[in-house]
Design a protein around this ligand. Structure first.
Ligand code: C2G
Length: 129
């Protein structure tokens, strides 16, 4: 079984996230999403509209997602990949190159971001903080 992992906040789930999840899952047989906790969002300077539990609830309803684990810090990736026997690490190419240090333990794939859509854009349009 080829296992894939990806990380993110996935706030206000939109089709850009879904494209990422669908493409990540298509690279293997099992997709783990490490979902940023509310405390880690604060470290990332991200104020998510939905708290972790609601973001988790929405993500787990997506057919491409097989397992959700919390992402609590920047440093846990290596441990997660080893612990879950992950073969492929996937992130959007807005962070191209940032995770190449993981190449000694898994394949690292940066996927094209979906243009025109972002949580920030949705929030601004709806005038949400
Ligand atoms: N994404 C995308 N296209 C968009 C918007 C987002 O492909 N239009 C991808 C991002 O590139 C990312 C994933 O969807 O791979 C989740 O997006 P965010 O929640 O914004 O992820 P981020 O906060 O950058 O999390 O340790 C990694 C961090 O947790 C990264």
């Amino acid at each position: 079984m080829k296992k894939v992992i990806t990380y993110g906040t996935f706030d206000m789930l939109h089709y850009g996230h879904i494209n990422l999840l669908r493409r990540a899952r298509a690279l293997g047989d099992y997709l783990i999403v490490a979902l940023s906790s509310d405390s880690f969002n604060a470290i990332k300077n991200k104020q998510s509209f939905f708290h972790y539990e609601h973001r988790r609830q929405m993500l787990e309803s997506i057919r491409y997602v097989d397992l959700i684990i919390p992402e609590n810090d920047w440093e846990q990736k290596r441990e997660d990949i080893i612990k879950h026997n992950v073969n492929i690490f996937v992130m959007g190419n807005d962070r191209e190159g940032k995770f190449d240090f993981l190449k000694d333990i898994c394949e690292v794939v940066y996927q094209e971001r979906t243009p025109e859509i972002s949580t920030t854009r949705i929030k601004n349009h709806l005038k949400i903080r």
